[in-house]
Design a protein around this ligand. Sequence first.
Ligand code: PHE
Length: 347
Amino acid sequence: MSDLPLTQRLDALVASAADLVAGTGDLDALHALDVELTGRRSLLVEAKRELGSLEEDDRRAAGQAINEARQRVEDLIAARRSELAAQQRQARIEAERLDLTEREPARTGRLHLVTQARDHLEDVFVGMGFTVAEGPEVETDFYNFEALNLPPSHPARGMWDTFYVDVGDPGTVLLRTHTSPVQIRVMEATEPPICSIMPGRVYRRDTADATHTPVFHQIEGLVVDEGISFADLAGTLDAFTRAYFGRQVRSRLRPSYFPFTEPSAEYDISCVFCGGVGCRSCGGTGWLELGGCGMVHPNVFAAVGYDPERWTGFAFGFGIDRMTAQRHGVDDLRDLFTNDIRFLEQF
Ligand code: PHE
């Protein structure tokens, strides 16, 4: 080979380098080849040694030819290096891939039954023009009781068995016993007209049994404007009842008492199981009790700085868990919160 003219030898060298580089299968092999082709013992370096025996002009041309050949070989190696690196990265991604579709379909996660119910309730109310508001679960006595026309030592405070939090003066901080304190927060933050629902978790000092849990969920509604009447309350609850439970379900209001509404009422719906004739689910009455409601008490407006002469409004609140349990034939409320996957995955 060394008998051939230098340029021919260099062309042959680049050509064989191209084959060799293309044939490397990984970065280690390429590195070894790089040393062989361009390193101290390579033909390229050896060729330079011949330069000394050449005439000045020939030497310059030959030196240039060697440098060009070296550049071509280095370019080939660099191109192959990025190719192999990309291949290696791709292979690693493939190897580390997790096929999530191999999981059992029965184990697919889903929203909790109560969350589904809450979402559905929100959808229906939003469709009726309500906005959704939220408030804190740890409340002060002021929001949970006092501003709701329940001054300290009001006898009706006994309607809510309260968990107090060991913060501040004794009896001033508590876990909210209902969502009604959010009414106060919404009214403090905005001027009428108000048309909001306030869903959330509430707490009462009840021993858990089939029909009670110390933590449960309520949804509150509040509408305030000029000229709002009891008829608006009855009409709104009736429209909601049909939208949520079905067109055949009726609603009724019965006189009741809450300190923050006057007049106050209990909100019932015709039994969704027997259609109102009477069955085991409704205790033979044909009606299911859902919650409380009434016209906002003037003292509540006074507590938030609204003029009770100008504004009127209604409020309602009912439990989500009990209603959902009834609807799905769950006869022990505790099943909703023990998080047994076999129970939860039915819904
Ligand atoms: N906050 C009441 C309760 O938890 C329900 C209610 C809300 C009653 C709004 C009237 C108006 O018992």
